[in-house]
Design a protein around this ligand. Sequence first.
Ligand SMILES: NC(=O)c1ccc[n+]([C@@H]2O[C@H](COP(=O)([O-])OP(=O)(O)OC[C@H]3O[C@@H](n4cnc5c(N)ncnc54)[C@H](O)[C@@H]3O)[C@@H](O)[C@H]2O)c1
Ligand SMILES: N[C@@H](CCO)C(=O)O
Ligand code: NA
Length: 435
Amino acid sequence: MTHPLRIALAGLGTVGAGVIRLLDANGGLIAARAGRAIEVVAVSARSRGKDRGIDLSAYAWEDDMTALAKRPDVDVVVELVGGSDGPALTLARQALGGGKALVTANKAMIAHHGMELAALAEQHGLALKFEAAVAGGIPVIKGLGEGAAANRIERLYGILNGTCNYILTQMESTGADFGGVLKAAQDLGYAEADPTFDVEGVDAAHKLAILAALAFGTAVDFGAVDISGISRIRAADIAQADALGHVIRLVGQAEMQTVKGEHRLFQRVQPVLVAKDHPLAAVDGPTNAVVAEGNFVGRLLFQGRGAGDGPTASAVVADLIDIARGNAVPAFSLPVAMLEEAPAADPGNRLGRHYMRFTVADRPGVLAEITAAMRDAGVSIESMIQHGHPLDGLDPVLVAIVSHEGPESAVAAAMRLLEGSPSLAEPPLVMPLLG
Ligand SMILES: NC(=O)c1ccc[n+]([C@@H]2O[C@H](COP(=O)([O-])OP(=O)(O)OC[C@H]3O[C@@H](n4cnc5c(N)ncnc54)[C@H](O)[C@@H]3O)[C@@H](O)[C@H]2O)c1
Ligand SMILES: N[C@@H](CCO)C(=O)O
Ligand code: NA
């Protein structure tokens, strides 16, 4: 066997400790498959003395994690700290600039700086790999970048945040409201350091921007993702979706459109009503799923655990095995100079049915005002639910309307007509229907 692949680990939290446990448990198998051993040489984290339930005595310790990038006995730096900028980015730049391959689980950093880091890796002939960053343990980066590399991908969508999916499915099964369930997801190690990144859709948007670049051959454009999260979803919305034969999921969607011969990229993360017979409706707990449609392969569905120590460590070590084998694939499956800068698509002409939830005062004329706005904007109503008594202990009542299929611009116009109306206790919540 050739010499071992020597790695340095920055970050020993949920994922970092998971990587050490995985390498300990499956080291022999991994060495056989990789053609050489994968050996941890040095580690760094915030606190050296903390009990993580793993034995660190065989590894060198660096207080300053950027020192890992300068060690002559290291081939690959594994960044498992997090944060789009700050020390993680400094470490990544120093590693790639200093001749070391980089493996990271950090989608925030890749969504913001992926182009710069991919260019740096390319310039130095080094690997930059981030399978763990998107949909945790699911080999979706490898699946799209290698398995489906012969295809033109036209559309992709999926459930990309384990925390939100856990929260939504817990709300579904227990009838609980949002707050208490978030705490449980944090305790299980699924949530980001800043949990608003999870619940407001930012984490899913980081992942979507990375997947879109890989699938469509475009430069990562996180700033163009239209993002809304799940914090406004009430138990009552879940009950109403259920009555309509749907469940609610946070879904990221990306599509390449061609308008007058020019490419336009649609990227959005938002809560969606998913028909109960759609494959995404069965995705529960911290599970993620990605659907990609290729022009020769057809529809692919990737599904599995998107968060947690084991699945995420599995993806990190898969990247290390690739590097040990010498599998040289460009970070985004194409040389950086070939990644296209596609302008953002106008979503207005997208067709669909929409769920619109209004929190209204229970008095005469309110419904007439809402339906007049629908009429004036050209939105056709398919069904409506109004509960005759306050829901969620709220004094105002909830009215849910589902539209017939129509352009998104009409729904947006109806919402503008209702903006600031004294009949509404809060802005309406709009979610498209899928399936
Ligand atoms: N937890 C998951 O399920 C999961 C899944 C996929 C990707 N990720 C990503 O993996 C990365 C790590 O996530 P985690 O859940 O393991 O986080 P964590 O908070 O459990 O661990 C972070 C580690 O980084 C260390 N650290 C933080 N700042 C440091 C600094 N300045 N210097 C040295 N060490 C520092 C901490 O001491 C800790 O050991 C993040 O980018 C996250 O987005 C996490
Ligand atoms: N916070 C992320 C971790 C996995 O990327 C999630 O909940 O999906
Ligand atoms: Na993955």
